[in-house]
Design a protein around this ligand. Structure first.
Ligand code: PLP
Length: 551
């Protein structure tokens, strides 16, 4: 449903899309023959502006599509609520380091032959109502297969559904088999054949987060597709359920971290669910100063990200200098953007991600007195926040206002900055330019999380809740620090977690940062060597090839 390829293409909302983009970049690096399909989003996600009190304003982002994408000739048609809707595709070419190209097709229904309603169906990401959403998923899944076929992709070996959003492609593959043999009745071998060709990655650890639609709506939009109502195909407990559709028709299913796969197995007990832990593209997410250091000391790292293990031997002076450059770049941006002047020698915490309730952006501010006492004159801290709330997410928006209130309340005792318009460029600036990357989700709701991986590539340790990838990536005091504990009798409540956060800051991190720089710098090297060298998308795509695509 979203792919984050480039900052100038507003076709992603957050982590899901950026992981998709990193996957495609690594597939291109490795010469894996793949094509990706998503929707165009002429009005983008949205542009965020913030008022003085943190109230979020949203504006559509229109972008010059023709400057970035090439229109493809072949078109396809899908039927939506009985109307014929023509779908065209625009191509973006992702080039790997060796020049191999993976095309990305952006589907678009804004054509004069379509009705006004249908022309708007590919305008906004995660906008509109249920009908809008299911119509988009028909375009993505069914339209996606048809557009690929129209372009001559007639021997696709595997279909990878990244989230359930694309699962209607299964219906199209079944229909193709019926049409090819002029039948109307599905046989077991049809189901088996489609199952052989599909794999599915789920990213959502809560049942409510999985797309499902009322059957009546699905029947209306899909024009009474005869396959819809069958309890063994799309429907589950009387709803058209995209996740069950994908689960039933995939030869391989995975969650995006070990812990997430475990949580998912508990949600969908009847399916075998493996895990492939997410990774980020090492070159895309490494700041320029660190790229220069790696180029000098770890030749070949761009082709083979696992070589970053040798970062353990990097001269500490080089690490310190590169980090200082990355930090100054961030602080320069902060000043330009907000007028706030942050100090380069003060411990800087960073927090950037979607502003939504479970991410608990305000965990740091649970006990203001305690926080003030920790950030005393000898051990000052400053914090940089960023993140957009979904336009319909009232709680997310309230969190942004709370950060602004905390900022006012602390009145400079702890300088706080909230940078508007979190995007990929800012994500890179932030994850590389702070000293500690903070992550405070409510377990077990973080499927993976990836921004801490970006930080690790830049020698920035995480202070994070033990959830998602951090369960695997955290070696206490070596690659960063855990908030809370994974022991059975620890309850991850807001008050327990915030207390743990304060203890780690006060007792572990601040003393190291201000009194034992040498040890702190070792931790930076360990982040790169242990986590940067593993939590990257090259390792991830290789696991997909071996476990999912060609097993
Ligand atoms: C990396 C990134 C994300 C995802 O971060 P998480 O830690 O996985 O939530 C979201 N938005 C942007 C702009 C990013 O760069």
């Amino acid at each position: 449903m979203e792919i984050g390829l480039d900052n100038t293409l507003p076709t992603y909302a957050g982590g899901l899309g950026i992981v998709a983009g990193d996957t495609i970049y690594s597939a291109a690096d490795q010469g894996i023959s793949m094509a990706a399909v998503t929707l165009l989003y002429r009005k983008g996600h949205f542009r965020q502006t913030l008022e003085a009190d943190g109230t979020q304003r949203e504006e559509p982002v229109t972008w010059p599509i023709e400057n970035y994408l090439k229109e493809c000739g072949p078109r396809a048609q899908v039927e939506i609520a009985g109307r014929k809707v023509t779908v065209r595709a625009w191509e973006y070419q992702v080039k790997g380091h060796g020049g191999f190209v993976v095309p990305v097709y952006f589907l678009d229904t804004d054509l004069p032959e379509n009705s006004d309603v249908d022309r708007g169906l590919t305008d906004v990401l995660y906008g509109g109502d249920e009908r809008y959403r299911i119509s988009q998923e028909v375009i993505l899944g069914i339209g996606g297969v048809r557009v690929l076929r129209a372009m001559g992709y007639d021997s696709i070996e595997r279909f990878h559904m990244n989230e359930g959003h694309a699962a209607f492609l299964v219906l199209e593959l079944l229909q193709e088999r019926l049409q090819a043999t002029n039948r109307t009745q599905l046989q077991d071998e049809d189901l088996e054949a489609v199952r052989k060709s599909c794999v599915f990655t789920t990213h959502t650890p809560v049942a409510a987060g999985h797309d499902q639609f009322p059957l009546a709506l699905a029947h209306d939009v899909l024009s009474r597709c005869p396959l819809l109502g069958r309890e063994d195909l799309c429907s589950h407990e009387g709803k058209c359920n995209m996740t069950y559709l994908a689960l039933r028709f995939s030869r391989y299913v995975n969650g995006v971290a070990k812990k997430h796969a475990e949580v998912t197995r508990n949600l969908f007990t009847e399916y075998p669910i493996d895990s492939i832990t997410n990774g980020v593209h090492a070159v895309r997410w490494t700041s320029e100063p660190f790229q220069a250091v790696y180029d000098r000391y770890i030749p070949g790292w761009r082709q083979d990200h696992s070589l970053l293990r040798y970062a353990i031997r990097l001269p500490r002076r080089e690490l310190i200098d590169a980090h200082e450059k990355a930090k100054l770049a961030l602080l320069g941006y902060v000043e330009k953007c907000t007028g706030s002047v942050l100090k380069p020698d003060v411990l800087t915490l960073g927090f950037g991600r979607r502003a939504t309730a479970y991410k608990r952006m305000n965990l740091l501010f649970q006990d203001m007195e305690r926080l003030r006492a920790i950030a005393k004159a000898e051990t000052p801290i400053q914090v940089v926040f960023s993140g957009k709330a979904h336009p319909m997410d009232g709680e997310g928006k309230a969190l942004i206002r709370q950060i602004h209130q905390a900022k006012a309340e602390l009145n400079g005792a702890i300088p706080i900055v909230y940078l508007p318009e979190y995007n990929m460029e800012l994500g890179k600036l932030l994850t590389s330019g702070v000293d500690i990357w903070l992550n405070t989700p409510q377990p077990p709701l973080e499927a993976s999380g990836t921004s801490g991986m970006k930080a690790a590539l830049n020698g920035v340790p995480s202070l994070s809740i033990l959830d998602g990838w951090w369960v695997e990536g955290c070696i206490e005091g070596v690659t960063g620090w855990a908030i809370g504990s994974s022991s059975r009798n620890y309850e991850p409540t807001v008050s327990n977690d915030s207390r743990s956060l304060y203890v780690k800051l006060e007792k572990k991190i601040l003393p190291l940062f201000y009194e034992n720089k040498e040890h702190f710098t070792d931790i930076m090297a360990q982040c790169i060597a242990l986590n940067g060298s593993f939590f990257h998308s090259q390792r991830m795509i290789e696991q997909y090839v071996v476990k999912a695509y060609y097993k």
